[in-house]
Design a protein. Sequence first.
Length: 513
Amino acid sequence: MAARERATALRIVTGGIAQETNTFQWQPTTLDDFQRPGFGTLARGPEILALGGTGTVYGGVAPAAEELGIELIPTTYAAVMPGGRVERAAFDALRDEILAGIAAALPVDGVLLVLHGAMALSDGDDAEGLLLSDVRALVGPDVPIVVPLDLHTNLSDEMVAQSTALIGYKEYPHTDMPETGDQALRLLVATVRGEVRPAMAHTRLPLIAPNQSMVTTWQSPLKIAIDRAREMERQSEVLAASVFGGFPFADVPFGGISTVVVTDGDPALARRFADDLAELCWQQREAFTIEPTPIADAIAAAMAAPQGSVYVLADVADSGASGTAGDGTAILQGLIAAGARSAAVAQIMDPEAVAACMDAGVGSTVTLRVGGKHDGLHGPPIDVTGVVRLIHAGDFPLAGPMGAGMMAGRGRTVVMEIGGPGGIELQLTELRGHPSDLNHFRAFGIEPTQRRILVLKSAAHFRAAYEPIATKVIEVDAPGISTPRLTTLPYQRLRRPVFPLDLETAWSRSAAP
Ligand SMILES: [Zn+2]
C-alpha cells in the first residue's frame, strides 16, 4: 500500500467476546474454557485476521476489510462453547485486553465489536451491555460502534443505547455468520464515510420461544418474520433489519424475541418496521410451541423404517450448543431397552468413563456406569457393557456448512460398542460437545450415512449437515435444561408476564410516532 493511501485509510478497531449462557447450568464458564483449543477460540491481533474465510463472523469481516481498503486493527476475540454464566474475572480479563487494544489504537474511525448477545455473568445478566458501555466510554459518543450478533440474542436496552447499529444472523443453523460480518463492516464503513446516517429502533416482545421454532431450514414462525426482514433490507432506506429469537435458557429480565431495524436517517420508519416484524412474531405466538416425540416412539419409528434409512434422533433437551452438560442418558437407555441396532450416539460427556476405557485399552470388554453425573437433570447414570473400539485425542476439523475451517475439541474420546458389531456405538468424551458436523462421526471411524439411528445432542445446528443425509429428523422428548418445554423450566428473573408462561400476556405495538 502506498504511503499516501495508508495515511488516509479508515481505521476500524475490532474485537469481542462471544458466549451463550444457559443460566440453568450450575457450572460457570471460566477463562480456561475460553483457552481450551476447539472448545474455545482465543485470537489475538493477527490471529483474528487469520480467521478470514472460515465459517465465522471474521470469516466475512477480514475479506471485506481488504476489499474496502480500510485498516482493520485487531485486538482480542474470545469465543467459547455455550455454558453456564461467565465468571466475572474471566470477563474482566478479556474486556481489559479489548479495551487496552482499542486505547492503543486511538484515534479510530469506528469500532466493530463481535458479540453473541446472550452472555450473562456470575454477577450480572447483561454482559454485552456492560462491554458496549465500556467501549463507548473509551471511544466517546461520536465514534460509530457496529455489532454483528447471534440470532439468539437477548436484547437489552443498554446494548441498543451504547451502539450505532446492531445486526443479527438470519439463518439458523447459523450458516450466514460470514455474511453478517461482511454486512456489519460495510455498514460501519459507510457510516464513517458519511454515506449513511444510521437510525435504529428496537422492539422487545413478552414472548419466549424454543429453539426448534426458530429454525430456518423450514418455514418456522421466526423465519416468516426473517423473510419479511430480508424484504425490508431490499429497500434502499433500510440498512439492516434483524429478528432475534432470543435464547430461552438465559433466565434474564430482557430475554425473548426482539427486533431491530436500522434505517438511513429515518427514525420513524425504523420504529414502524421494528414493530411490523415484532407483530408478525406476536401474531404467531401459539405456533412457536414445539411438541417433541416420546423417546420410545422415536426409536420404534426408526427401527421400523426401511433398510437404508437414516433417522436422526435429536436430543434437543441436552444440546451442547445450548450449554447443557451433554451427559444425558435417556435416549441411550431407550436404545438399549429396545434392542436397537445400527445406532450411533454423539455423545455422552463422562471423563471418568473415558479414563476407565483408556485404562482397559482398545479391544477390552468393560462394564461402566455412564453419564448422568453432572447435574442429574438429563437422566440417571446407566450401566452399560461393551467393547472399547477406539481411543482418540478428540480434536478434528469441521467440514461445515457451519463453522467450516475451524477445529472442534471435545477432549479424549472413546468409542464403545454395545451389543456387539452392528449394535450401538457410543462416543464417550471428556468435554461436552456439539455434534453439528458429519465429522462428529467420521473422525471416529463411523460413517453416518451407513447408520439407521444417529443420536445427536443438538437443538438445531445439526440440520445444516444432517438434513441432507437424513431420511427423517425427530426431535425427541428427553429431559434436560435445553428442553423445548419452556413452561417446565424454573424461571425466576425473566420479566412477567411473558408468553407462553403466562397465557394471558398482552402486547400492542408502539403508538404511532
Ligand atoms: Zn445462536
